[in-house]
Ligand binder design. Structure first.
Ligand SMILES: [Zn+2]
Length: 509
């Protein structure tokens, strides 16, 4: 059924009160106002089902190295921006896969530009930290420092730390970096939600949220300052939500709904994502398991006892996905009436053929980021060899009856949902002439579903939104073309005229 809508939409108290379909324009009637958008199309509000709101806002203010094409340029940008927290120079977003050769950088690369001040630069995926020698010195990391559980200090042949810290090893340095102030966090949230609103998003599933940030979201929501609805999945790797006493909340624009865990790391910082078989470009490793099955089960049980209705577990490698499915199956058997609990596997990037149907039996939702596929295709080919046929399996998920929701993982990728919709439908990575594993492409309506009704089902909000229908929330994205039928190469040129969130109109032109 097409979801693109033209005609009148009457909005009363945040809900759609009446519809009068007519071709040619979108007309909103709200609070006695009549606003007409000629030649426009209305869609159910677009949702980003996996993102990091504070990360995007901070990245806009602190050094943002996403897409920078060389190590030298990264260093130059950091040198000229010198964004600091306390004495530390911080930035994020570098990606050595874009450099030639695509080799990880080292502390020595930073030392000549920054001999005295500590520098900590986070990789684009947030799973690796590139630091200089001064930072290693402050954190007392040397040849004899052991790798912490769930992390790695990369070392040269003579055993010295290279300046790259993976996953939990990042904390060895991060504990010395002053956190941003709560004022900085508030500004970051406002910057990020406004950017997202202009890109056509009406709702964000915010992942791995720090407990101390939750009251800021709530206050901004109560004061009408959030331009998108925010649903929070709170940090839970070390039971942070429980220690902080966070419980689920209900609210119109901000709700605390779930807990976020990590089973493994990322594919880019090789050794992160946990694979069934070793990495094709490094047979000495199969990756890192950050939480074992028993611990995942224990965390979920505690979260359910605390009243949360959704658990999101990050799993990228096929082995990590399997461990999470094992854990979900155990939860489903211990809680036979847990159908309304949303168990999500964030990323679900590499899925062994044996495990596809287990998503359905374990009641697991696949929360994917289509833009990761095109951005990472070249790197994934090196890491995975011919296992790439098991990677980014969107069509396979739908064919197996798996619920699919989509997001961007911003600031890891752009927050623009059009890029994700295009990646779903075209699947052509930069530098490729044709679609990569074209069988896994989605139709336009399946792609849009993953950004609308699929995302709402994944958050148990589909009884209130995800369609343009009388009685549902007035969450609407108004654009200049029919995203269901326009040509593939016109998707990303789409302009967003306006968004409506809970009946409030935001004009973007
Ligand atoms: Zn993420």
């Amino acid at each position: 059924m097409p979801i693109a809508y033209q005609g009148e939409i009457t909005i009363v108290r945040g809900r759609i009160a009446a519809l009068d379909p007519k071709p040619g324009a979108v007309v909103l009637r709200l609070d006695g106002r009549r606003v007409e958008f000629p030649d426009a199309w209305a869609f159910p509000g677009l949702v980003d089902a996996h993102a990091h709101v504070v990360g995007l806002g901070l990245a806009q203010r602190e050094g943002y190295l996403r897409g920078v094409a060389s190590k030298e340029e990264c260093i130059e940008r950091v040198r000229s921006a010198r964004t600091q927290r306390g004495e530390w120079i911080v930035a994020r977003g570098w990606n050595h896969e874009l450099w030639s050769p695509p080799a990880l950088p080292s502390a020595a690369d930073l030392d000549s530009a920054f001999p005295d001040v500590p520098v900590a630069l986070k990789r684009v995926d947030g799973h690796a930290l590139w630091v200089n020698s001064r930072a290693l010195e402050i954190a007392s990391i040397h040849a004899a420092t052991p790798d912490p559980p769930g992390g790695a200090i990369l070392r040269s042949d003579d055993g010295q730390p290279t300046g790259i810290l993976l996953d939990t090893a990042m904390e060895l340095v991060e504990r010395f970096i002053p956190p941003p102030s709560l004022d900085d966090i508030e500004r970051a949230i406002l910057i990020a939600t406004e950017l997202c609103s202009r890109a056509g998003l009406t709702e964000i599933h915010d992942m791995d949220v720090e407990p101390s940030h939750l009251p800021i979201f709530t206050t901004l929501a109560e004061n009408g300052r959030l331009h998108c609805r925010i649903l929070s999945w709170v940090r839970g790797q070390n039971q942070e939500w429980h220690t902080a006493g966070v419980l689920p909340t209900v609210g119109e624009l901000h709700r605390v709904v779930g807990v976020k865990l990590f089973a493994d790391g990322a594919l880019g910082s090789r050794g992160g994502a946990l694979l069934v078989e070793p990495y094709s470009d490094d047979p000495t490793t199969s990756g890192l398991l950050l939480l074992d099955r028993e611990t995942i089960v224990a965390r979920i049980e505690r979260a359910l006892d605390d009243g949360f209705s959704s658990i999101a577990v990050h799993a990228i490698g096929d082995r990590a996905v399997r461990v999470v499915l094992d854990a979900f199956e155990e939860i489903r058997s211990r809680y036979p009436h847990s159908d309304d609990v949303r168990l999500r596997i964030e990323h679900s990037q590499i899925v062994h053929p044996d495990d596809l149907s287990r998503y359905v039996s374990a009641g697991a939702i696949a929360s994917v980021q289509p833009i990761h596929c095109t951005s990472d295709a070249a790197m994934a080919q090196r890491r995975l060899g011919d296992r790439t046929r098991n990677a980014y399996r969107w069509r396979s998920f739908l064919d197996h009856g798996v619920l699919l929701c989509a997001g961007s993982d911003f600031p890891v990728e752009s927050h623009d949902p059009l890029l994700g919709i295009e990646a779903f439908c075209r699947r052509i990575p930069p530098g490729f002439d044709t679609a990569w594993h074209p069988d896994e492409r989605l139709s336009r309506s399946d792609a849009l579903d993953a950004y609308t009704i699929g995302a709402h089902r994944a958050a148990d909000t589909s009884y209130r939104r995800g369609r343009i229908a009388v009685g549902l929330d007035a969450d609407i994205t108004i654009v200049d073309r029919d995203l269901e039928t326009c040509l593939d190469d016109e998707i990303t040129a789409t302009r967003t005229f306006a968004t409506v969130v809970a009946g409030t109109l935001y004009l973007h032109e």
